[in-house]
Design a protein around this ligand. Sequence first.
Ligand SMILES: [Zn+2]
Length: 131
Amino acid sequence: MTRNFNDSYRCDGCGLTGHKLWREYQTLACYTELVCASCASASQAKSPHSSWSGEMLFVDGDQIGWRVPAVTTEDGDTFWGYSSVPADRIAWWYAMPTYQDQTKNAECERNIKRRKKQWDDFMASYARKQP
Ligand SMILES: [Zn+2]
């Protein structure tokens, strides 16, 4: 029996549900461990490669160490590849809160909005440069 990741979209570390989760990069879905931001940062804090800043944007900055956003397919049987997630599934993932802690989550949401605006501005200026 394979796991349906939409039915059991919960942190394997602390059991948190209804929040953004990350998965291990390049691990088969049936073996991957899903973790929330708190659990991922806690395990990643020991790593010298930690770049997690709580600032997320799908193009950059949303990875926690070697973990990438766990974006399920609509069937829930597996995850989208990191660079091939469709826009509606990205929106689904971003719609979930990041942290249980309200203050921390609010700060994270502000970072996401700021990064999103930077990216949109960059894309707009890039588009203007096209003939
Ligand atoms: Zn957790």
